[in-house]
Design a protein around this ligand. Structure first.
Ligand code: ZN
Length: 231
């Protein structure tokens, strides 16, 4: 209990000081105690929140910050042996359980109106390189959590633009924003997995200029999980 109180007062001091300097505070929090303390201290965003209980989520919902769960990284561990890292059965079982817990936590969060952003752990070098798996988080949101496809896309675009402090510039297609736009040949609302298939990208527009069409430019790992096929 005393440890929880110390954690809370430390978190509150950090948040107060950061906000005085107009800086956002995020916490990388897996457990219940740290997630609850972060929510009470009114951080701006909670990463992971895997083990947030219903009571923790009530506090998050009341405080109003979003969460950014991470599904893709453990999913690669479960489905593809950690991209060839040779994970043992025990580690895989633990990651599988972690995923199931996270899926349910996200459902519980959405039931409370908590905004869910796309975490993914993309760029976590021990698991997978930057770029290749951005679309996977959206697929897991839709197919495992039950999130509508548009909400999964918004979690990856406008909501994450807010996190980067770029909400006035990118994340939506609107007058006055940068025209940074990816166009696919297929409808991701009908099949969210198209976001993982570079072969179906029609055009990439950056600052209103077409800079690429038909890219296949992911950095390949020595062992790459297979690209999902159209269902
Ligand atoms: Zn993480």
């Amino acid at each position: 209990m005393r440890r929880a109180i110390r954690l809370l007062s430390a978190a509150e001091s950090i948040v107060d000081e950061a906000h005085r300097h107009n800086v956002k505070v995020t916490i990388h929090s897996r457990g219940s105690t740290s997630t609850r303390a972060a929510a009470k201290a009114r951080v701006d965003l909670i990463y992971h929140a895997d083990l947030a209980t219903q009571a923790d989520l009530d506090i998050i919902a009341k405080a109003g910050m979003p969460i950014a769960p991470v599904l893709t990284s453990p999913w690669i561990g479960v489905a593809h042996d950690g991209a060839g890292r040779g994970l043992g059965d025990r580690v895989r079982d633990r990651l599988r359980a972690q995923l199931d817990t996270s899926f349910q936590m996200i459902r519980n969060a959405r039931d409370r109106g908590i905004s869910v952003m796309s975490g993914s752990d993309t760029g976590n070098a021990s698991a997978f390189s930057h770029g290749r798996w951005h679309g996977k988080e959206a697929e897991l949101f839709v197919n495992e959590v039950g999130m509508p496809a548009m909400e999964a896309i918004v979690a990856n675009t406008s909501r994450n633009a807010w996190l980067m402090g770029l909400e006035d510039e990118v994340g939506v297609i609107a007058t006055g924003k940068f025209a940074d736009i990816g166009i696919w040949n297929s409808d991701p609302l009908a099949d969210i997995t198209v976001l993982q298939r570079p072969s179906e990208i029609s055009t990439i527009i950056k600052d209103g200029r077409i800079i690429d069409s038909g890219t296949g430019g992911f950095r390949q790992l020595s062992v790459e999980p297979p690209v999902p096929v159209r269902r």
